[in-house]
Design a protein around this ligand. Structure first.
Ligand code: FAD
Length: 389
């Protein structure tokens, strides 16, 4: 299969410095300044044009093989690409199609699915959302109850998904559904692809405490999904869902958020004259050292990825350390802002403005998504420390 968007450049043949300079120049020149370092998930109406620009350039799917319209980057080059995105504060466009559905179809889909879906993801015609979590199944995802029953050439799907990020902007959803209620819970699950315009799908946005509608509830009532939309074999969806947790798990542990938060704390501290206050300096210094340690830990896992090694359960330690450091920094920022620490929006200080609450609101969810921190601790206890359960 051939898609049109990819350039024929062999990016991996470039030396790392030239590749980094090329990517950096493009981001600096073309990424819309108003969306740098966004403090919330951007909607398709805001960031869609950037997705389309990347698509036009052949850069929208950096990790996909070139034959499917990707850049075909090696792990080492992909890391540089992501580092440059983070450095310039390039916002995430709705990328579930790129990061999840594409790799899923490339590895577990059939030729017809690849031929139909992949070019549409590259072109930005199909925007995907992830239908895994349910009101009573999050950490224990295998207990999910949304059910799909075979009826002629279709499945009929009934149930509810929740916390579905940006479902209101998605054209398609990938679903984990129960297809065998009598089997052991992990063994009766299948993986389905569905068009969001199918009758019976209702999307209801959830307004979060920050006032934005980043995720939704998705209700599925007698939704007919063609049997050809199953990925992999019937009842084998759990294995596929787990296989999606590739080395990209490492990016949940990126130190960038903490580095930016530390810079915000430093600025606020300077504006408020707090570097004369030993209490503040003590907390700030400890956190600055944690951020440095986090960078080193991240570097260790990055080296592992670059060597082509599979990440083990110990990467949970990185997610924990990254998100908890970020949360502690957010707490400090709220504290130093005093009474305005809990006020939405920016507060004017001598020399500039500081918005503490938004940092706080961004830090908290990071301890939940991608596997909550308590669950990461369980993984470390069982699989790394081998503690008795
Ligand atoms: C910003 C954001 C975006 C999200 N986007 C999506 C999305 O697009 N699609 C999607 O499907 N889901 C999404 N989620 C949902 C996310 O995957 C779940 O919130 C997560 O898996 C936790 O599940 P839960 O909310 O049901 O909490 P629960 O699993 O009910 O957990 C509640 C609390 O109990 C703790 N806990 C649970 N089990 C254990 C245990 N065994 N041991 C110790 N403690 C435990 C948890 O750590 C947590 O503190 C998103 C979540 C967030 C915050």
């Amino acid at each position: 299969m051939n898609t049109t968007a990819a350039t024929t450049t062999d990016w991996n043949a470039l030396d790392n410095a030239s590749f980094r300079a090329t990517v950096r120049e493009f981001f600096e020149k073309h990424f819309p300044g108003e969306w740098r370092y966004p403090q919330r998930r951007l909607r398709w109406s805001e960031i869609g044009p950037w997705y389309l620009k990347l698509s036009e350039k052949g850069w929208v799917a950096p990790s996909w093989p070139t034959q499917y319209g990707g850049m075909g980057l090696s792990p080492e080059k992909l890391i540089i690409f992501i580092e440059e995105q983070e450095r310039w504060g390039v916002a995430r466009a709705p990328d579930m199609g790129i990061t999840m559905v594409g790799p899923l179809l490339i590895n577990h889909g059939n030729e017809a699915q690849r031929a139909y879906y992949l070019p549409k993801i590259i072109a930005g015609e199909h925007i995907w959302c992830q239908g895994y979590s349910e009101p009573n199944s999050g950490s224990d995802l295998a207990s999910l109850r949304t059910e799909a029953v075979v009826d002629g050439d279709d499945f009929i799907v009934n149930g509810q998904k929740t916390w579905t990020t940006l479902a209101q902007d998605a054209t398609h959803i990938f679903l984990l559904v129960r297809t065998d209620k009598s089997a052991k819970k992990q063994e009766g699950i299948s993986f389905l692809l569905a068009d969001m315009t199918t009758p019976g799908i209702t999307v209801r946005p959830i307004r979060n405490i920050a006032g934005s509608e980043d995720f939704c509830e998705v209700f599925l009532e007698n939704v007919r999904v063609p049997r050809t939309s199953i990925v992999g074999e019937l009842n084998k969806g759990w294995t596929i869902a787990k296989a999606l947790l590739g080395f990209e798990r490492i990016f949940l542990g990126s130190p960038k958020q903490s580095q930016y938060a530390l810079a915000r704390v430093r600025e606020a501290g300077q504006r408020l004259g707090l570097f004369e206050d030993t209490g503040f300096v003590d907390r700030y210094t400890k956190l600055a050292l944690d951020v440095a340690d986090l960078g080193a830990l991240y570097g260790r896992f990055i080296e592992q990825v670059k060597r082509g090694e599979t990440l083990g359960p110990d990467v949970s330690m990185l997610k924990l350390f990254a998100t908890e450091t970020y949360s502690r920094l957010a707490d400090l920022l709220v504290d130093v802002m005093g009474s305005s620490g809990g006020t939405p929006g920016s507060t004017a200080l001598p020399g500039g403005k500081t918005d503490a609450l938004t940092t706080f609101y961004n830090a908290r969810p990071a301890t939940i998504y991608g596997g909550s921190n308590e669950v990461q601790r369980n993984i470390l206890a069982a699989s790394v420390l081998k503690l008795p359960s």
